[in-house]
Design a protein. Sequence first.
Length: 356
Amino acid sequence: MGRGKIREALTLTGVALALMLASSATTAGATGRPAPEGAAAGAACGYSDARPTLRRGATGADVKEAQCRLNLTMETAHYAPLAVDGDFGGGTENRVVQFQLCAGLGADGIIGPNTWAALENWSARGTFCEPPRPAGYVVDGVDTSVYQYPGGAVIDWNDLRADGVEFATVKATRGLDVTDPYLATDLEAARQAGLAVAPYHFYTAATAPTGPAQADRFIAAVRATGYTGHRPGDLPPVLDLERMDDGTSRCPIHGSVADVTAWLDRVEAAFGRKPVIYTQKSFLDDCMDSTTAFAGYALQLADYRQSITRPPLPAGSTSWLMWQYTASALFDAIKAPVNADVFNGTHADLDRLANR
């Protein structure tokens, strides 16, 4: 999968970029010594040689060292540089999580020994962190939502297609009260650019039962865009079934197999296509008692571990359709990191699924 010209233009040596960032931080009023000219790549920032465990609320030179190294590892066209100010606040915590996801680490927002080691490794390379694409798969895709529009920057779908992306799942709705502001434009623009495309719904369960009502809202929103499920380029609709997105990582409070099944049945009846389920084996194990009720559905599985060659299957399932292998893919056409997928099949298989 191509990643384009921006990364090539921005790939500086670790030392040169460290000097630039340190100088910028000093100009902005950050305290502490800038990176020494001619410093070795392994000591590119020079604020601290200590490697204590750092978490939100920490302050001082050790935090500056971490912030500087985070800037060295993450491409500036897709990640706004952190202020090197020695204050481990929410922005630094979020960037740590982004780096951990990119580097294939446990994403807890804490800089411990493993994260320090990865930071030192990447900041010395002179290249930016980007997860490897899984080998052996020939069709690539992305998953988009409002988060791929930083500052209102648009997605260039034609450029994305030219970069080798062939399918997309586009966020439509969440729960009972959210419609993604870019649904109408993205769904059609992606299809017109030649991508196979599916709308998806993020299932919530703050009250019960709401599956049918969530389905009705999703159906109305995507029908308004012209999606039927049967036009050339239309993939089946997708249900995003995962842990709560409120920062707690809890199971949906009132989520149940029956409520999810009600959503699936209603959407299938509306569009005449069996939905795809986006989920993880661990979610179904932990939150749905390892149910086999969804074994007959095609699956889009999320698993960011770089040590595996395919995602683990939920109980009862024998195959998967799409694998979301990272949240940190970089494309010139999208001005923010994006979830990337591979398709478990050929180009012809994708065309058949997309009515082409």
